[in-house]
Design a binder for this molecule. Structure first.
Ligand code: SIN
Length: 364
């Protein structure tokens, strides 16, 4: 009897489910910036009871107390303009919304763009890939045995890096669509989304007042340097470095709530502070966000899951916890929104004194 020999060939991956959305990297391509525009905030037009958004919903459940609501039974592709306005309102309130089994992934590039454009002109990314025969507004997130480029760009001691997509824009994104086409087998590849309103509220009153009125420089310089370091001559550099100065604490135009608006991917320094002071403060704030599991939610994907997050009151991070080689394939559409609104330092309503008392009485 001849013994069967085990094949040492690595198992071939099945072909991608969405070949039209495969990433395309063209080192010679360039894209235009959107430029200044008047933002017409959809969330301000919404009926706050969300009748158009939720009329077919079979289940609406909170993912965590401070961030995230999952809505079942609603197809984004079928929503009226009023329904989309209500989506903007609810997303501003909850930070992110999760929709399952969406036919949105099948309606084609132009229809997808049209729906996302309801929330603002679509951003074109400076280095992330788009589909070869698809519009530059699509950001493709593709991690697979046959393309480990994004995995390389996220490789650090920990892949967790909370950020706002493209905060160095003069008008950074608001509501953003992240659409999962194929998720790795088993578990893994979740996105963690965290409430920056809650992150701000959790700071002591006198500390909050110290942050209000500050501004910080946001720049794409570091991610672009990383793209060059990782990919050399094949680096995609479609746009020059983008830079903007934004308030450290911003006001959401829909909810009026204050949010922390610095992130570890793009915020370089606090304006007017010496490097050591700025580094110390930013390191504290980035750690505060990363440790804040109590104001974050974790979204698990299935093919056809769409997460909509509002970048003005949340940050998010990839997890990259599944085995290298498993395919994770998604696309993002990123509408730009308002110029960040600075929070005003409020009159002291006694909160700082109460804070001091808590310290004196050792109640903290
Ligand atoms: C992103 O930052 O837009 C992607 C997040 C993810 O891949 O989970």
């Amino acid at each position: 009897m001849i013994a069967k020999t085990e094949s040492t060939e690595p198992e071939a991956l099945p072909p991608p489910l969405y070949p039209d959305y495969l990433p395309h990297y063209d080192p010679l391509e360039s894209v235009e910036m959107v430029g200044p525009f008047e933002h017409d905030e959809p969330g301000l037009r919404a009926d706050k009871s969300c009748p158009n958004l939720l009329k077919g919903a079979t289940q609406v459940s909170e993912l965590s107390p401070h961030c995230g609501t999952e809505i079942l039974g609603v197809q984004i592709s079928k929503l009226s303009k009023a329904g989309l306005d209500e989506m903007a309102y609810l997303c501003a309130e909850r930070g992110c919304l999760v929709f399952r089994d969406q036919d949105f992934v099948h309606i084609g590039f132009e229809a997808q763009k049209e729906i996302a454009s309801h929330f603002g002109p679509l951003h074109k990314h400076g280095w992330m890939p788009h589909p070869e025969n698809g519009p530059a507004e699509f950001v493709i997130v593709y991690d697979s045995k046959d393309d480990l480029r994004i995995r390389k760009s996220w490789s650090r001691k920990s892949p967790i890096q909370f950020h706002v997509d493209q905060s160095p824009e003069l008008q950074p994104p608001g509501l953003t669509f992240f659409c999962m086409l194929e998720s790795p087998p088993g578990s893994g590849g979740d996105t963690i989304i965290s409430s920056m309103s809650r992150a701000f509220d959790r700071l002591s009153p006198s500390f909050r007042r110290r942050l209000e009125g500050l501004t910080a420089v946001h720049t794409t310089a570091n991610p672009i340097a990383r793209e060059i370091r990782d990919n050399g001559n094949l680096a995609v550099l479609r746009r020059p470095i983008t830079k903007a100065v934004h308030p450290v604490v911003t006001i959401h135009p829909v909810t009026g709530r204050k949010s922390l608006f610095v992130n570890s991917s793009y915020t370089q320094r606090i304006t007017g502070w010496d490097d050591e002071e700025s580094d110390m403060m930013l390191r504290f704030l980035f750690d505060h966000v990363t440790r804040g599991q109590d104001f974050a939610c974790r979204v698990r994907y299935e093919p056809g899951t769409i997460v909509v997050w509002d970048q003005r009151c949340t940050q998010h991070s990839q997890t990259l916890d599944y085995e290298a080689g498993g395919r994770r394939h998604a696309f993002r559409l990123t509408p730009l929104s308002n110029v960040p609104i600075p929070s005003k330092i409020e009159e002291d309503d006694g909160a700082c004194a109460r804070d001091n008392e808590r310290v004196i009485l050792n109640l903290c």
